[in-house]
Structure formats: C-alpha cells, structure tokens
Design a protein around this ligand. Structure first.
Ligand SMILES: Cc1cc2nc3c(=O)[nH]c(=O)nc-3n(C[C@H](O)[C@H](O)[C@H](O)COP(=O)(O)OP(=O)(O)OC[C@H]3O[C@@H](n4cnc5c(N)ncnc54)[C@H](O)[C@@H]3O)c2cc1C
Length: 617
C-alpha cells in the first residue's frame, strides 16, 4: 500500500529498505521490542511464487519465538531424508546410492527442513507485523541517502542523523510522490544488488563464480516414476548435478547445474548465456539426468523458473558509522543449494533487531551495535566457505576432479550436507566471546563440562527441553518460555525446593537480584526459576517473592508424573543440583553462566553492555 498521505517530512526510529525475509525479520524483531519502524519495498506487490524455499530447524525455532511458525509447520512439506543417486555408465543412467536423515543435530527441536515458497514465508512475518499495525509500503524506493559525519550527532543515540528521500512510485495524481524521512537508524535489506550498500560505499569481497544454475518449480505428472521425489535428492548425473527439493502441495523444485552442460552458448566469461535458457530446456536437461526414471510435467504445471549465476560474496562491513546497517543478501550471497540464503537473512534481522531496540530505548550504549557485524560476518564467511566447496560437488567436471585428486566418494553432496549439519541447520552457531557473550565466572568451565549435546554453553542457543510448570503441572518447552520480546531472560536454576532450608538458600539469590534490578531496572528482564525438584507439600508460592514474576515463571525439572515426557533437564544442561544462574540474551543465546554463590558477577556481565539507571546517557 502506498502511503501517499504521509507527511512530506517525518521522523522515524528505524527505516527498513526492502521487505524480503531479512527486512521483514528485522522489522518484526523491532516491533516486538516496541520500536517504531517503517518498511518500504520497491515492488508494487509481494512475490507469490518461486525464490527461496527451505527453512532450517534453527530458523523454525526463531519463528516459534515470535509466535509465527504455526502455519509453516502445518502447510510446508517436511523433509526428513536426503537421498543420493549417481550416474552408472553400465546402465547409462542414475542409480540409487544412499539415503540419510536430513538433520543430524540431536538437540534440534524440529528434525526436518520445512519447504515452502519464499512468498509464503514472508507472509508469516508480515502477519506478525500486521498484528502491530505495521504494513509494508510497497512501490516505494529511496532516491537519496545522507548520513551525518558529525561525531557528536552520531554518538547521540537520540539524534536523527540519517536523511532519506523516498519516492512513492504509484502515488495518485495530484498527491506528492516524494517525502523526506529523518531516521535514527537505517537498515538496508534490499537484496544482493543493494542500493543502500552502494550508497554507503561498502564493497563486497569474493566474486561471482563461473557456475550458472537453473531453478524450476513444477508439479510432476502421475506418470513420473522417480521414487525419491518426496525427499531432498542429489543427482550426480553424467553431465550435470541436480538437487531436487520436495515442496508443498506435491510440487518439486529442481536446481540444475548448467556449467557442464554443452548445449548453451557461452558468455564472455565462459559461462552458459542465461538469456538463452528456457523452462523447456531446463526440463529437457532434467529428464536426461533422471534417466532411467521418468520425471514429467506439462507447461501449465510449471509454476516458476529462473537461471542465475552464483555469487559467493560477503560485504567488507555490515555497518556504517554505527547508524546504517545491511542485512541478508545485501551483505552476503551464496548458492541456494545449501538452503541458507533466506535462513541467514532472517537470522541477521533477529540478531540486529534487539540490539537496535536496546540502544533506541537508552538501555545500552551504542557499542552494543558493534556486536552485530562481529557475530554475523564470521558466520557469513563460514557459510560461504562451505558453499564454495559444496556447490562445486554438483558440477560434473569438478566432482570428477575431486574424486580423482582427493579420492572423495562420488556421492559427495548428500553426506556433505549432513556432515556440515551443525552449520547448515543453524543449530551449531556459537557466537564468539564479546561484551554480550562472556564467561564472567572463572569457576564455570563450560567447555570441560560439555558432555551432553544439550549442555548450556555460552554463545550457543538455549536448546529445547521439556519442563513442568509448577503452578498447573503443564509441560512447557524451555524455548517457549523465552519469547523474542526484546528482553533478556534471567534463569535461576535454583536446585530442589523440598525443605525450608532450601527455601532459605534462595533468599540470598533473591537479594542479589534485587540489587541488579535496582541498578538496571526491572523492565529489561524476564525472570525464570527452574527447580530441580519440588515436594508435594510445597508450591510455586514457596519460591521467594522476589524471584517470582508470576505463576507462569516457576518451572521444575520433572514432567514424569503428569505426562510421558521425562525430566533430566539439569543433567542434560550440565547444571548440578546445587544450581547455577544463566543469563540469556533477547535472541535466545546464552550470554553468561554464573555460580549462585557468585551472583555479584552478574553485575560485571551486565555492566559490559547495559546502562545502569544512574549512568549518564
Ligand atoms: C531470482 C532469485 C531466485 C532465488 N532462488 C533461491 C532459491 O531457490 N533458494 C534459496 O535459498 N535462495 C534463493 N534466492 C536467494 C534468496 O531469495 C535470498 O537469499 C533471500 O531472499 C535473501 O533475503 P533478503 O531479504 O536479504 O533479500 P531479498 O529476498 O532479495 O529481498 C530484498 C527486497 O528488497 C527490495 N528492494 C530491492 N531494491 C530495493 C530498493 N532500491 N528500494 C526498496 N526496496 C528494494 C526487493 O523488492 C525485495 O523485496 C533467490 C534470489 C533471487 C533474486
């Protein structure tokens, strides 16, 4: 909708340019944290078919934390297995080689990849935004961007150092088509050819590879007899590599590597000329590659197709002068075979939004924003390194060379995806030590105690685990108690509550937290208590009142008497029954772990990135 009635000059906290997965996730995160945001997109209408299509387990958890995952879980195709077929010269066709579980991560809450088209995924985020009355301003693009260079202005978080001219492309005749917006922050989420990045003069590192890919979405005819079409399947054919992605409503997506196919004219870099590629040609190549199996469709069942050159590039900076940020494809691009583009983009927004919100609310110093690039750029670089190697495995010539020179098995791509599962699922991300991710308690040696995959680890996401809510005996997954609401979660693993002495022990923790709340304010935190056991004659009300936000915030490590889900969270998390304290960042990653006897160290940790009520702004 074009906002033609908007004032000619206006102020906004954050202006997001681009309403793809990255921009929408950023806007949703900001909105949930109570920040005023505008989001504009050059397109007159949302996309409805094609583009990215795979949502990884960690991203489903993140969508859960915003309460927008239900429709995805209900309507997407769930991929549990990855199959592999290789060319066999003796039959001049492909032959089944292997089938492995798609997800290799024991702590994944969702043990599948959810597939649906990008427009549908964007719709989930849009619905979340619409709940807060935020709408994408379609057919709107920036035409100029000025970012102040005045140090004092940039340091003052309350200033509006970004000036953008927006043009409304479908303004009604007689109404102004351009307006000036003054923003405290701008986020460029405008895709691989980012105008914002260009205006900020941020170069990209890396290059477009020599690989050209075709992608096509269609519904196969019933006469098709390829048996693995409902699993992700990698096909190492004689002259190409194909990845089949099963999709919603019995559709499939094929990614077809065109670099080793002879029949296309070459461009001046020796790549197939994309302007000569058609849907029919892509289907012909696929039919040949799937021989002796039949994979057929008709033109009316082809929903979308494209041909594109893979760029594997990362921006040299993700931020300019602390006020302009780039997220998603605007700062990193990779091939879609690893299924990472959309996932990495949404998780950039998830990482950045709470940090911007903290600064905008005067809760944190501007230095907090440096952690966005420090955390997301190394992740993007790691993804690109994986992608370079992984995408090569689909090229028939490169694959043959790898097998010849390094003795790798031909079935490279399926097992590779599984081997890198920690990275590709997003579950294994561990942010490096920083002001927000720091082990302030020297007596807690997290690395040495990491014996279970569920061990709470500084820098990693809090894993899912079933607990029981004491007040109503209801099983609650710990991740569901950590919504993305822009607040830090303080978790007291308080040990057992089976005697009055134990209740007395908690009084010391209560006192320490009272000091923290006094210094930093209560509005930045959500407090949870997780008991290791509770006796029948005690209730959630026996937890000291200063540790009890309300009846929903007291959980216990036992569900056995009331459901068939087992307890064992303390052991799995690596928490002794004497307890520990865990601070969780607003994005669900463990910030620090502290002994209950050393609660003063919480003040050290928080002072690194939160302002006290008494601190000057
Ligand atoms: C044609 C195509 C096919 C793709 N296929 C796949 C795939 O099959 N699998 C996969 O994993 N990934 C695929 N990708 C990549 C995947 O879509 C991206 O990684 C992901 O969408 C990145 O999200 P984003 O929000 O950063 O960027 P985008 O999704 O590109 O969104 C950017 C948004 O910014 C808007 N915009 C651009 N310029 C301006 C401007 N100047 N002013 C205002 N708005 C602007 C665009 O209209 C768009 O809505 C594909 C991308 C493209 C372009």
């Amino acid at each position: 909708m074009t906002s033609v009635s908007a004032p000619l000059e206006s102020l906004i906290d954050v202006l997001v340019i681009g309403a793809g997965p990255a921009g929408l996730a950023t806007a949703l995160g900001l909105t949930r944290a109570g920040i005023k945001v505008r989001i504009v997109d050059i397109r007159a209408q949302r996309i409805s078919v094609g583009h990215a299509d795979g949502i990884m387990p960690r991203t489903i958890e993140v969508l859960d934390s915003y309460g927008v995952s239900n429709e995805l879980i209900r309507k997407s195709h769930h991929v549990y297995a990855i199959s592999n077929y290789n060319y066999d010269p003796s039959i001049d066709g492909i032959k089944y080689a292997s089938r492995v579980p798609a997800i290799n991560e024991p702590t994944a809450r969702y043990k599948y990849i959810a597939t649906h088209n990008q427009g549908f995924i964007e719709g989930l985020l849009l619905a979340g935004l619409e709940d807060a009355n935020v709408r994408v301003e379609q057919a709107c693009k920036p035409t100029s961007l000025e970012l102040s260079s005045c140090e004092d202005e940039l340091k003052d978080h309350a200033s509006y150092p970004v000036k953008i001219t927006l043009e409304h492309l479908s303004a009604a005749p007689g109404t102004p088509s351009s307006e000036i917006v003054h923003a405290r922050f701008i986020v460029g989420a405008d895709g691989a050819h980012s105008w914002v990045r260009h205006m900020l003069g941020i170069p990209m590192e890396g290059d477009s590879t020599a690989r050209v890919w075709g992608a096509i979405d269609f519904t196969p005819l019933p006469s098709s007899n390829f048996p693995d079409w409902r699993n992700i399947t990698t096909v190492n054919a004689a002259d190409t590599g194909i990845m089949l992605i099963p999709r919603e409503c019995s559709k499939v997506r094929l990614y077809i590597e065109l670099g080793s196919v002879d029949e296309f004219e070459q461009d001046d870099r020796g790549r197939p000329d994309t302007s000569k590629i058609t849907a029919d040609k892509l289907l012909d190549i696929a039919k040949r590659a799937f021989k002796p199996y039949i994979l057929e469709t008709t033109p009316d069942k082809v929903e979308w197709w494209t041909a594109y050159i893979i760029g594997q590039r990362v921006a040299t900076r993700f931020c300019d002068r602390g006020r302009a940020f780039i997220v998603g494809d605007a700062c990193h691009t990779h091939s879609p075979k690893g299924g990472q583009g959309m996932n990495a983009s949404m998780n950039d927004g998830h990482n950045l939004a709470w940090k911007l919100a903290h600064v905008l609310k005067s809760w944190s110093p501007m230095a907090l924003l440096d952690t966005y690039e420090a955390e997301r750029r190394p992740f993007a670089q790691e993804l690109i390194a994986f992608d370079r190697w992984y995408a090569e495995g689909f090229n028939a010539e490169s694959r043959a060379k790898l097998v010849r020179e390094k003795g790798l098995e031909v079935a490279l791509t399926g097992p590779a995806f599984r081997t890198f599962s920690a990275l590709t699922t997003g579950i294994g991300i561990q942010y490096a030590p920083s002001i927000i991710t720091s082990q302030v308690s020297p007596t807690v040696d997290v690395i040495k105690t990491e014996t279970s995959p569920f061990t709470l680890t500084v820098g990693k996401r809090v894993p899912p685990y079933a607990l029981m809510r004491v007040a109503d005996c209801r099983p609650i997954n710990l991740q569901d108690a950590l919504p993305s609401d822009g607040l830090s979660k303080l978790i007291v693993f308080a040990g057992p509550l089976t005697s009055l002495e134990e209740k007395g022990r908690l009084a010391e923790v209560e006192e320490a937290l009272r000091d923290i709340f006094h210094a930093f304010g209560t509005d930045k935190f959500r407090l949870l208590v997780i008991l290791s056991a509770v006796s029948d004659d005690m209730s959630y009300k026996d937890v000291p009142v200063g540790l009890r936000k309300d009846w929903t915030s007291i959980l216990v490590d036992s569900t056995s008497s009331f459901s068939n889900e087992s307890g064992g969270a303390y052991a799995a998390f690596g928490i002794p029954v004497t307890g520990k304290f865990v601070a969780v960042r607003p994005d669900g990653y463990v910030g620090t772990i502290i002994e209950l006897s050393e609660m003063r160290r919480l003040d050290d940790y928080l002072r690194g990135w939160l302002l006290r009520s008494s601190d000057p702004l």
